[in-house]
Write a protein that binds this ligand. Structure first.
Ligand code: MG
Length: 261
């Protein structure tokens, strides 16, 4: 793929994370696997701590609501390895969390516990946020050229800051002027991009959005943003029509500010 020159008026880069700065597999394979593999240990270790108690309490409330609304819930089979009431209580929470994850539920209770587990994993060095090799050099170059750089991801701002704050390349948070999540709205809705432009304080036309998802690109274009679609290994395959409609890059190094070599 060839080099693409940024439109001269572009002063802000807006970056998606999954499939753009970071392999999609990082979230699916690393982050979610971490929860599944460590949930029991985590609960045992932190069971008596206030934060963990609150997380468990919220999960219980969610379960009560699920039962009221007749959602299927995990069935607890007698487990011979369980001896104490605490082990039994932990087992129930583990079963519930794994069941919610298998059903791809996005309840606040689940997300809160996951967020706390990931924070522990990142800060203790058990997980490092992945970024493609071309990302950091390109962002540094853009910044030197006076561009501002923001993140817009469905992952919470807190999760974004953990990923970049504890990344394979160290603490990268200083590279970003700000972070946006779905508090701005869904990524496939054009209003979200209008709100982000307002928040940044510039017209949408001055922003270039990088994403792997063409539905998001389309929404951004609708309010006048510039978009380039990022093709990375493991991303969803683009249709021929999408490939010809959008400017594509496979590396951030292909984006050149106007006038730069
Ligand atoms: Mg993405």
């Amino acid at each position: 793929m060839a080099t693409i020159s940024l439109p001269a008026n572009v002063s802000v880069m807006l970056l998606d994370i999954e499939g753009t700065t970071t392999p999609i597999t990082f979230v699916k394979d690393i982050l979610f696997s971490y929860i599944k593999e460590h949930i029991e240990d985590y609960l045992s270790t932190h069971w008596e701590e206030d934060e963990c108690k609150q997380d468990v309490q919220l999960l219980k409330k969610q379960t009560e609501q699920d039962i009221r609304e007749h959602r299927a819930c995990p069935v607890h089979s007698p487990d011979q390895t369980v001896h104490t009431d605490e082990e039994k209580a932990i087992r129930e929470v583990v079963d519930n969390v794994l069941w919610q994850m298998a059903a791809d539920r996005k309840t606040t209770a689940l997300k809160q516990l996951q967020g706390h587990m990931w924070r522990t994993a990142y800060t203790s060095g058990k997980i490092k946020g992945e970024v493609y090799q071309d990302v950091v050099p390109a962002i540094r170059r853009w910044r030197q050229q006076g561009l501002k750089v923001y993140i817009y991801s469905s992952g919470s701002v807190e999760a974004q800051k953990l990923l970049f704050g504890y990344s394979v390349e160290g603490d990268l948070l200083e590279l970003f002027d700000g972070h946006f999540d779905t508090n701005m709205g869904l990524k496939v809705e054009s209003k979200s991009y209008q709100r982000i432009a307002e928040r940044i304080g510039c017209p949408p036309e001055d922003i270039l959005f990088l994403t792997d998802v063409t539905r998001e690109a389309k929404a951004a274009v609708e309010v006048g943003m510039n978009v380039v679609v990022v093709v990375r290994p493991g991303n969803a395959e683009l249709a021929e029509e999408e490939r010809s409609h959008y400017s594509l890059i496979s590396s951030f190094s292909q984006l050149q500010a106007t006038g730069s070599a």
